[in-house]
Design a protein around this ligand. Structure first.
Ligand SMILES: Cc1cc2nc3c(=O)[nH]c(=O)nc-3n(C[C@H](O)[C@H](O)[C@H](O)COP(=O)(O)OP(=O)(O)OC[C@H]3O[C@@H](n4cnc5c(N)ncnc54)[C@H](O)[C@@H]3O)c2cc1C
Length: 279
């Protein structure tokens, strides 16, 4: 694996693409080479520095995620001060970026399923592309509250075909009415799946890991916490209860066995002050 860039490199935003309501992919002029699941730290001077999963690598690969070398993509949901600012930035403006950091998803088996909620589907789409290149069959369960919040549906269709994409919305405005976990239970009942990969809200990850483990299917989830020291593994703020692994170093991608030991998954996270907040 390549050494991460430890100091922020000031890079230009080359383009931004609307993905869904309040969600954009921002392309950055950067040579950082990342694997699916890894993240970069994005710095907006005088504001903050926050982690973002890589959604487009700069390999210049063919397929649905074709992307020129020399650029990476991050998919940003506007939810608070930092993400709102990043979401509003235009091509030509600059940010700092360093990385890549963290663990990667590990592909295994002949047939796998991705379970993506919200912007979580972004890094999984990159993984789906890599799986196809290795001859692994891919199913994708893509969920959102409502149709206008679905992210990457067109890219995923192009990549794996409509027949392999299962869409769920809470209000039934697109695909099946219900949660991604309802669709996952049905799929595991019908088909032999070798591994599950999930990225999305905490409660979804907990449910996916529980369902997968109960069905004796291996899997990995990508878990988010506040990375206070910026992914350096120094401060211990992202250590999860009770096992104390640092999610910025030993994560964000962890396997189902590790997820099962984390009692705070789907229950609470820590604010910048370290105070616990219920999820
Ligand atoms: C490994 C890792 C990868 C990440 N990848 C991405 C990514 O690809 N895209 C991305 O947009 N963000 C990603 N994040 C989250 C990102 O780093 C910021 O935490 C997020 O942008 C919110 O920061 P903020 O300062 O705008 O809002 P904050 O002040 O941190 O949050 C504002 C409010 O929104 C809530 N909130 C925070 N995140 C979410 C959310 N996802 N959905 C709903 N409510 C939320 C908070 O609880 C709070 O109430 C990732 C985090 C980690 C640890």
């Amino acid at each position: 694996m390549e050494r991460p860039l430890e100091r922020p490199e000031i890079v230009e935003i080359t383009k931004s693409v609307d993905e869904a309501e309040g969600i954009k992919t921002i392309f950055l002029k950067s040579d950082i080479k990342a694997k699916p699941g890894q993240f970069v730290m994005v710095w907006i001077p005088r504001l903050d520095e926050k982690p973002f999963a890589i959604s487009y690598s700069n390999k210049g690969t063919s397929g649905a995620l074709i992307n020129p070398t020399g650029e990476i993509g991050i998919t940003v949901a506007a939810v608070g001060p930092f993400s709102n600012k990043l979401y509003a930035m235009n091509p030509g403006e600059k940010v700092g970026v360093r990385g890549p950091y963290g663990t990667t998803y590990r592909l295994e088996g002949k047939k796998i399923v991705m379970v993506g909620g919200g912007y979580g589907s972004a890094s999984l789409t990159m993984l789906a592309e890599e799986a196809l290149q290795q001859g692994i069959k891919v199913k994708f369960i893509l969920g959102a509250r409502t149709k206008s919040r679905l992210v990457y549906a067109e890219q995923i269709k192009k990549l794996i075909g409509t027949e392999n994409l299962i869409i769920t919305t809470d209000d039934g405005s697109a695909g099946m009415k219900g949660l991604v976990t309802d669709a996952l239970k049905q799929l595991l009942h019908k088909e032999k799946i070798d591994k599950i990969f999930a990225c999305g809200p905490d409660k979804m990850l907990k449910a996916v890991a529980d369902i997968g483990s109960a069905a004796h299917v291996k899997g990995e989830v990508s878990m988010e916490r506040w990375f206070k020291c910026g992914g350096m593994g120094i401060c211990g703020h992202c250590c999860v209860d009770p096992i104390g692994i640092r999610l910025c170093v030993e994560g964000p991608v962890i396997d189902f066995e590790t997820a099962a030991k984390i009692t705070e998954l789907g229950e609470y996270h820590r604010l910048k002050s370290s105070r616990k907040e219920k999820i």
